[in-house]
Design a protein around this ligand. Sequence first.
Ligand code: CU
Length: 125
Amino acid sequence: MQGSKKVFTVTLLTGAVLAVALLAVHGQTKPSAAMAGATAAPDRVAIDNFTFTPGDITVPAGTKITWVNHDDIPHTVVAAGKFKSGALDTNDDFSHTFDEPGTYEYFCSLHPKMTGKIVVVAKRK
Ligand SMILES: [Cu+2]
């Protein structure tokens, strides 16, 4: 009797350890999957130190991109014939929704060396 009770206890303990191990593995996969989802569709471009960051992003059609000026001088966001912001002062933002797939190169009309690119791909089903 005493012997079988011990075996039963050990079995329970092993089960508990396995359950914890499984939970730990499961718990680790969840945040990384969420992070992959977050990086797959960036929708903000910071303007910082005369640079668009990220300068080159790929998004699915229908994505609304928002630029925010973090510099203490004005910048603009211009893609000839496609979209054009006014002068953005510090912390001002400008948004444009990209419905059509294509490559959109843009620049700052006040500092034409500042350039960036948005690549819009067909929406995944
Ligand atoms: Cu500028």
